[in-house]
Design a protein around this ligand. Structure first.
Ligand code: AKG
Length: 275
């Protein structure tokens, strides 16, 4: 199936997100889960805290996912044909842990301008209300950036616990996905997610985000890969794609990229914390 249909594109424009979009089979998603868990077992420190970012730089399998044509076709319908991958994040919630994501707008702290970008959330496991799927406040992307409290609260998977307060829960929609499906969301939609109350992990692999090549990073430096088209603007550092798991060269570049990303995430913050 090529690009997003006009109905789905309309849905994205009206609601600020669109889902589900079929990307991988359940078995392919399971292979990715095994890859993530293999890295966690063999390199236990690599995916912790800030290490949950830029995993596509050290794993050819996760890199390949970012270049998946079904994802890129849908993304192209939204941001046009010159597409860069400017980051990835693993949002993992283990059972019986206190992980959650406060309601926030990505554009409030990511520093990417103009907002010609879109975030792809790929379910590696099923994501549902029991295990803490994302909830979207439909239509909230049409308003301006809201005030975010910096709460630094325990269990919050966002660096500083950025929070839009008083979100009407009854106006939010759970984004239920099967393993292998993805959602796309707008830079300014208010969204968050609750606790994992199931007995299994909830794993999302998130391309955060796909950006048009006209998008600059106004808070710091970003490391990108060309996914489609070209990059006439040359705002960002281009990196090569990994050709084997955890090569020392890739680990080193990823470390630099992560250090720079932390500077972006903590830009203007009053303090830092160990996630
Ligand atoms: O995975 C989650 O629960 C939240 C992810 C998120 O906030 C995002 O992808 O922008």
């Amino acid at each position: 199936m090529p690009k997003l249909s006009s109905n789905l594109l309309q849905e994205y424009n009206d609601n600020g997100y669109v889902a589900p979009i079929e990307v991988l089979s359940k078995d392919q998603a399971y292979e990715i889960r095994k890859e993530i868990e293999n890295i966690e077992t063999k390199w236990p420190d690599e995916l912790k805290g800030a290490g949950r970012n830029y995993v596509h730089m050290i794993s050819p399998m996760l890199d390949e996912v970012c270049h998946n044509s079904k994802m890129l076709d849908a993304v192209e319908s939204i941001i046009g044909k010159n597409i860069l991958i400017c980051g990835t994040t693993l949002f993992i919630k283990n059972p019986h842990e206190k992980g959650f994501v406060s309601f926030h707008q990505d554009a409030a702290y990511i520093g990417l301008k103009p907002h010609n970008w879109v975030t792809a959330w790929l379910a590696i496991t099923d994501a549902n209300e029991e295990n803490g799927c994302m909830r979207m406040w439909s239509g909230s992307h049409k308003d301006a950036i809201r005030h975010h409290e910096q709460k630094y609260d325990e269990g919050n998977l966002l660096t500083r616990g950025q929070t839009v307060e008083n979100v009407p829960l009854d106006k939010t929609t759970p984004l239920i996905l099967k393993a292998g499906q993805m959602s796309l969301h707008h830079p300014t939609i208010v969204h968050g997610s609750g606790l994992n109350k199931s007995n299994d992990r909830r794993i999302g692999f998130v391309v955060q985000s796909y950006i048009g090549s006209n998008v600059n990073q106004v808070l710091g430096k970003m490391y990108v890969q060309q996914a489609r088209g070209d990059d006439a603007f040359k705002y960002h550092q281009h990196t090569k794609r990994p050709n084997r798991l955890m090569s020392s060269e890739d680990i080193e570049i990823r470390k630099k990229a992560n250090d720079d990303l932390q500077r972006i995430f903590y830009s203007g913050a009053i303090k830092k914390r160990d996630l």
